[in-house]
Design a protein around this ligand. Structure first.
Ligand code: ZN
Length: 369
């Protein structure tokens, strides 16, 4: 089968003819209809210090990719819930059912969890082997280019809703105009947030954020103090109820605490390249009485249930987010688009089968599902 493989401990990846995966008794074989490029894939593609430490040379060659939608063509002998012919996507956090977090219904955080396309072969291929327990059955009407985006959409749904699901009628500032931030603007809108502020660098992706649901966009061309007073002025001087940090930028973290109201919720999703912060802990957290919520993954499967219902009902339209579609063979073009700065790309969807790409393009130009 065709597969995009990391073969050497250096930047780049190769299109190879790889063996079709053999499934274990608890796995299913999925024929990939669409797969999308994520920031994690970029780390692996670039072979940056994170990828070197997390994956390492010893495990190469390894197939990239983890966001996927496809059809089940084979099931292992212990598989019962998923059937041949099912149209599925996959939760990328392959939890260990024995972890304490799995027993406490926090499956996505397990100590022995493995990540699809990071700790094992991924989805940038014609076929992928996936454990049944992380398969999510898709609504058959959902186009594969949207179904593959449920994994990053899940991060946004979890970040917007938090643990208390208390969003309706509230104000929200989102830092970061990458896919996570822009998706969150869309989710915040459908969850009933009232004033949604999106902070970012790129005029192009901020515009998509507006289309998705942001009421106000604030660029980095402004001084931090200007952005802070804009938010305060538009929230009765109190600050926003909820802040999502999705930029992975220390300045955004500090600014986030400043625009958050007393008693508000700070949601931490972005990963900082150097995690030390010069934060006034007493005044930013303790005396302000805020909640801090870290996001690592999605609730399995509460988040999936909600995300897929948002999509299949048509309440949430992800088409503005898909800026590029390519055949799998053109993965290099996809990675170049994702890495381009200033950002003019949000999500790149790759199609292993030419016919699927043609259908997706036709859907896009006719604006029909
Ligand atoms: Zn992803």
């Amino acid at each position: 089968m065709k597969a995009i493989v990391k073969t050497k401990p250096q930047p780049g990846a190769e299109l190879l003819d790889a063996p079709t995966p053999r499934i274990a008794p608890d796995q299913v074989l999925v024929k990939v209809r669409a797969t999308s490029i994520c920031g994690t894939d970029v780390h692996i593609y670039k072979w940056d210090p994170w990828a070197q430490g997390r994956i390492g040379e010893k495990r190469l060659p390894q197939i990239l990719g983890h966001e996927v939608a496809g059809e089940v063509v084979e099931v292992g002998s212990h598989v019962s819930r998923i059937k041949i012919g099912d149209y599925v996507s996959a939760e990328t956090h392959i939890y260990d059912p024995g972890d304490l977090t799995a027993l406490l219904e926090q499956k996505h955080l397990g100590e022995h969890m493995k990540i699809l396309g990071v700790d094992c072969d991924g989805a940038f291929a014609e076929y992928i082997a996936v454990p049944e327990r992380v398969c999510w059955k898709n609504d058959p009407s959902l186009p594969p280019e949207f179904a593959t985006l449920q994994e990053p959409l899940g991060n946004a749904v979890y970040a917007v809703l938090g643990e208390d699901y208390d969003v309706a009628g509230k104000t929200m500032v989102i830092f970061g105009d990458g896919p996570a931030g822009v998706l969150s603007a869309g989710v915040a809108r459908v969850c009933g947030a009232t004033k949604i502020f999106l902070v970012g660098r790129s005029a192009i992706t901020l515009e998509v954020g507006k289309k998705m649901g942001a009421d106000y966009t604030l660029t980095l061309d402004l001084e931090p103090e200007e952005r802070i007073s804009f938010v305060l002025d538009h929230t009765g001087g109190n600050g926003a109820d909820i802040v999502l940090e999705m930029a992975g930028n220390p300045q955004a973290v500090l600014e986030g605490f400043k625009v958050l109201r007393r008693g508000g919720r700070f949601t931490a999703f972005g990963v900082l390249s150097s995690p030390e912060l010069n934060l006034d802990y007493n005044n930013s957290l303790v005396f302000k009485g805020i909640q801090v919520h870290g996001i690592n993954g999605r609730k399995i499967f509460d988040t999936w249930y909600r995300a897929s219902n948002f999509l299949s009902s048509g309440r949430l339209d992800l088409s503005p987010l898909i800026t590029h579609m390519f055949p799998l063979e053109d993965f290099e073009k996809g990675f170049q688009a994702v890495m381009h700065r200033p950002r003019n790309c949000l999500k790149v969807v790759l199609f292993p089968h030419e016919k699927e790409l043609e259908i997706a393009q036709a859907r896009r130009s006719n604006n029909v599902r």
